[in-house]
Design a protein around this ligand. Structure first.
Ligand SMILES: [Zn+2]
Length: 338
């Protein structure tokens, strides 16, 4: 079965940060960071439903205009996520243009700017084309377990880290796969029915094992019912296999608090995209600019037990020795550093 997420960096490792993730067999894509995105054709940009911006330093956000230009006039909503003050940055971007004609467009292209205020609070401001992109009243909601988006079989989680300013790191996870063993269900004296969907929903919602599952099925023209605790079905009638996971970390310092949060976020990811801005020899520069060294990126990936590490956002000062930077990451990742 093909994997759900097809991630690819938009630019080379020295270019602006932007990672596009196409969702297999769906006309949907996600963007992580919004630097230069001209290499992406309009048909791809039109698939983008959500954009996750780590912070609004220019190299992470300058692609906003291009995305807006392509999406303008389309009957859709585009969700943008970013750290504190993000909605205000989006407002400034939008208000730098003249919109007197847009209220007459047939469609109402809308941007929802979601601002992560803290680990538990989200502020959302909508900008509607029909309203000349004037901001609507902000609405606040709660963030549970760092989850920003949970829909269509995947979720995006974030954590707040320090880059001299508040900055976000992200994990994209496919929901776990749940395989139902119908022979085990029958051996338990139950039958297959629509209740299987309730069972799956309870597992995905991480309901406690004592949660009653109300089974209902048809047998010989008669409807039969039974109630079974979730825990009885888990591990017997249901097999769980983890979904695909991708981590995205860009522009963070290596201090302890950041590390703890990042390792937890990226834990066991299939692939981790992580900045490797400076080499260890220039660690003082990395620290002053709240960036990771290549070695630190590799150590983080190792500690998080990711399966594959993909370094990017490398300083152009290393444009003649890209291989050395990547090697430094991999030596730390595989634990072969001198
Ligand atoms: Zn930055």
């Amino acid at each position: 079965m093909p994997r759900l997420f097809q991630p690819s960096l938009v630019n080379d490792v020295f270019g602006d940060p932007a990672l596009i993730v196409d969702l297999t067999f769906r006309r949907q894509a996600l963007l992580f960071d919004l630097g230069e995105i001209y290499p992406l054709p309009p048909r791809k940009l039109l698939n983008v439903s959500h954009v996750f911006v780590t912070h609004t330093h220019m190299d992470h956000f300058a692609g906003f205009d291009r995305l807006l230009r392509i999406c303008l006039g389309r009957p859709r909503i585009l969700h943008l996520y970013g750290p504190e003050d993000f909605a205000e940055r989006v407002r400034h971007k939008l208000q730098s243009y003249t919109w007197n004609l847009v209220p007459n467009y047939v469609s109402d292209f809308t941007i929802a700017a979601h601002e992560v205020l803290s680990a538990t609070r989200l502020k959302t401001v909508e900008f509607h084309g029909r309203e000349s992109f004037h901001p609507r009243q902000p609405e606040e909601s709660t963030i549970a377990n760092g989850i920003l988006v949970d829909e269509n079989g995947f979720r995006v989680t974030s954590t707040l880290v320090d880059h001299g300013i508040p900055c976000l790191a992200f994990a994209l996870e496919e929901h776990e796969h749940l395989n139902i063993w119908s022979n085990v269900i029958e051996e338990m004296g139950l039958g297959i029915g629509a209740w299987i969907n309730d069972l799956k929903a309870a597992i995905l919602a991480r309901a406690p094992e004592e949660t009653p599952i109300h089974a209902s099925w048809t047998e010989g023209g008669t409807t039969r019912t039974a109630t079974v605790p979730l825990g009885t079905l888990l591990g017997t009638a249901v097999r769980r296999t983890p979904g695909q996971k991708i981590g995205y970390i860009c522009d963070v310092g290596f201090e302890k608090r950041n590390r703890t949060h990042l390792v937890e976020l990226a834990k066991d990811a299939d692939e981790l995209f992580i900045e490797a801005s400076f080499m260890a020899a220039d660690a003082d520069l990395a620290e002053a600019r709240h960036h990771l060294t290549a070695e630190q990126a590799g150590l983080l990936a190792r500690e998080a037990h990711v399966k594959k590490v993909t370094p990017f956002h490398i300083s152009t000062r290393y444009s003649e020795c890209e291989d050395a930077v990547v090697e430094e990451v991999l030596r730390a990742f595989f634990g072969t550093a001198a």
